[in-house]
Write a protein that binds this ligand. Sequence first.
Ligand code: NI
Length: 253
Amino acid sequence: MFIDTHAHLHFHNLYSQLDDVIQRAAENGIDKIICVGIDIESTKRCIAIVEKYPIVFAAAGIHPHNSKDAPEDFLDEIGKLVNHPKVVAIGETGLDFYRDLSPRPIQIDVFTRQLQLAKKLDLPVIVHNRNADREILNVVESVGHEKGVVHCFSSDVEMAKKVLELGFKISFTGSITFGNKAVMSVIKIVPLEDIMLETDCPFLAPVPKRGKLNEPANLPHIAARIAEIKSESVEKVAAITTENATNFFNLPG
Ligand code: NI
């Protein structure tokens, strides 16, 4: 049994074949999926999805790429959306100083305010970080919210240690199957109790599906890679990461 903690089922290439995508997920042992919004519209679509499929839950947020287009009342909007009983987190939020699709001061402002809201509502937050280690730590420390996950972790061992010290979890995508040595060192030092699994579909399909459209059914390939690096059984990786995600998102058992 697995939980895919980060899936963008709202994107057309998955949304257009969702019955099949959900069925393949179930056939591959995925018993819950968190559908993660990237702006107000996609979050609303995630909520339509959770109302149709019992195994799907949602997160409501503004992705750093979209922060420049966030409506002025975006925080009120997110505040309303998280009232839905199947919305379990705020995200995807964070900072992306690699692609810089929104001006950095706007990214920092929109991230900070979502983190403050998550703290106020005592909700977990899903954080995107690319090339912004220092600023991510600054914002998280200044807000003082400890219930978070850095998703698609791609930073170094030092950053992983700092993230864990803040009380955050770390989640890994199919990118860990691409043969990058640095991420192997990170996986070795992060305790299984602090790890969650995610596909980040439709992006980042793991080997042996690399380059194809990704979907939750591919999650076991990521678990297998973590099991291999940590010399543990896939069953143990599945059990512990599922327990972590269940507790973190406060999902029904
Ligand atoms: Ni994402």
